[in-house]
Design a binder for this molecule. Structure first.
Ligand code: NAD
Length: 270
């Protein structure tokens, strides 16, 4: 991979698995020093440590850092540690996210609140912290066009309603206008803000949608391009959006979904 992010620093939230892991690896392959955030101790700490170790063994630079993105004090400490380790931040990938499906009549306030806290408030807290740090820096590093780049991990469910996942769809719909509002506000400061909206990507969050032949068959009916997405598909999109190749791109949602948002039921002329 060309080193289009050589010398930059990046922070990827929720990078101990799935899409976040692939994005962290792709940014590192493109030359960035990467902070690999994970949510809590135990299993996710061990996984994040492995992600960072694999990057380092492949010749890149990475560290694993714990923080729950829904907690203000932990987010502030996360950014401080990332910058202490790697220097001023250039790229934030706001990736951490969860699902807690439920029929609306059974959805508890706690289920609603936790999904909004992680998926929407967490992205706000990290975006605010990144904006503060980009603005404090004042000028882009030598040879770099933008002062900073933020990428929000949205979903096709920022536009496709999702029965039994009203909390998740509401969080992703919220990301759309959070991202666009920040893009508008921060463009004069040369900070670019965009989203990636993945379709169905093969990760632990949606295992039941792809891990049996029947489930995969049903899933593929929703994907005109005829295959499930892989985490690397999102990694490559994130490298492009973070790089100067996308310097004139801000306030955009890049759908990486194999056509899932193209009303697939109409493929045979409706
Ligand atoms: P995943 O479950 O593998 O990854 C989610 C990551 O977020 C995990 O590493 C988890 O530990 C972390 N996380 C959860 N709560 C956290 C918290 N409070 N603080 C910090 N980290 C936390 O699933 P994934 O598919 O890789 O999901 C990544 C993002 O992509 C999510 O925002 C998800 O909504 C989005 N997405 C995924 C798909 C898909 O098909 N897999 C589709 C659209 C959008």
């Amino acid at each position: 991979m060309p080193k289009v992010l050589e010398g930059r620093t990046a922070l990827v939230t929720g990078a101990s698995s799935g899409i976040g892991q692939a994005v962290a690896v792709a940014l590192a392959q493109a030359g960035a020093r990467v902070a690999v955030n994970h949510s809590s101790g135990g299993e996710s700490a061990a996984r994040a440590a492995r992600v960072a170790q694999d990057i380092v063994q492949a010749g890149g630079q990475a560290i694993a850092l714990q923080a729950d993105v829904s907690k203000e004090d932990e987010v502030q400490a996360l950014f401080a540690r990332a910058e202490a380790e790697h220097g001023p931040l250039d790229i934030l990938v706001n990736n951490a996210g969860i699902e807690q499906p439920s029929a609306i009549e059974d959805m508890t306030l706690a289920q609603w609140q936790r999904v909004i806290d992680v998926n929407l408030t967490g992205q706000f807290l990290c975006a605010r912290e990144a904006a503060r740090r980009f603005i404090a820096r004042g000028t882009p590093p030598e040879g770099v066009r933008a002062l900073g780049a933020m990428i929000f991990m949205s979903s096709v469910h920022e536009v496709i309603p999702w029965a039994f996942q009203a909390n998740y769809a509401a969080s992703k719909g919220g990301i759309n206008l959070l991202m666009r509002s920040l893009a508008q506000e921060l463009a004069p400061r040369r900070i670019r803000v965009n989203s990636i909206a993945p379709g169905a990507i093969r990760t632990p969050i949606n295992r039941e949608a792809w891990d049996t032949p029947q489930a995969m068959n049903d899933l593929l009916k929703l994907i005109p391009y005829g295959r499930i997405g892989e985490p690397d598909d999102i990694g490559r999109a994130a490298v492009w959006l973070a790089s100067d190749d996308a310097d004139y791109v801000t306030g955009t949602t890049l759908f990486v979904d194999g056509g899932m948002t193209l009303y697939p039921e109409f493929r045979g002329a409706g």
